[in-house]
Design a protein around this ligand. Sequence first.
Ligand SMILES: CC(C)(COP(=O)(O)OP(=O)(O)OC[C@H]1O[C@@H](n2cnc3c(N)ncnc32)[C@H](O)[C@@H]1OP(=O)(O)O)[C@@H](O)C(=O)NCCC(=O)NCCS
Length: 173
Amino acid sequence: MRKSDGACARIPFRIDRMSEEDLPEVVEIEELSRLSRWGYWGYARELALPERSILLVARPAEAHIPRRVLGFLCSTLVLEEWHIYNLATHPNFRRQGIARALLCHGRALAEARGARCALLEVRASNLPAQRLYEQLGFYVFHRRANYYADPPEDALLMRCDLFPLSAHQEHAP
Ligand SMILES: CC(C)(COP(=O)(O)OP(=O)(O)OC[C@H]1O[C@@H](n2cnc3c(N)ncnc32)[C@H](O)[C@@H]1OP(=O)(O)O)[C@@H](O)C(=O)NCCC(=O)NCCS
C-alpha cells in the first residue's frame, strides 16, 4: 500500500473518551474486525451508563487524518471486576501500539474506580489478541468449549489482577 492510502503509516494518536459522534466509525471498525456485533445501539446504550462503562477511542493527533477513530475499547465495571467486551483497531492502523494504549488507559481508569481484576473472553484462534493480553499481564484461567458461533469455536477466558487506587493507598507509607 502507498503511504498516502493511510495504510501502515505510523501516526501519532491520543486516547479520548468515546462520544456519540464516534459511533459510526466505531461500528465500521467493529464490522471490519469481525467482532461479535454490538452495533450502534449497543454502544449508545453503554454511553448512557457512564457510571459503569469505560468507553475509549484512539484518535489521530494530527488534523489532516480524515478519521475520528483509529481504534476503540468497550468495557464496563461490575463491582470490583473490569469486564472487557470489545477492543479493535482499524486494519490500516494495526501494530502501532493503539490497542495496548487503549487497554493501559482503560486499566488506569478501572483501577482508579476500584477494580481489582480484569476479565475477558477471546477466540482460541485469535493469537494476535492473546499475545497483546499476555503482554499486559493477562493469563488464561478457563476454556469454554464451543462458546462462539459462526464459526463455532472455544473461548479462552483470561484475567489479570489489578491494583485499585485504594490498595495503593493502603500500601502507601
Ligand atoms: C488484536 C488487535 C486489537 C490488536 O490491535 P493493535 O492496535 O494492532 O495492537 P498493538 O499494536 O497495540 O499490539 C500490541 C501487542 O499485541 C501483540 N500483537 C498485536 N497484533 C499482533 C499480531 N498480528 N501478531 C502477533 N502479535 C500481535 C504484540 O505483542 C504487540 O506488541 P509488539 O507490536 O510490540 O510486538 C487488532 O489486531 C484487532 O483489532 N483485531 C481484530 C479484533 C480483535 O480480535 N479484537 C480482540 C477481541 S478479544
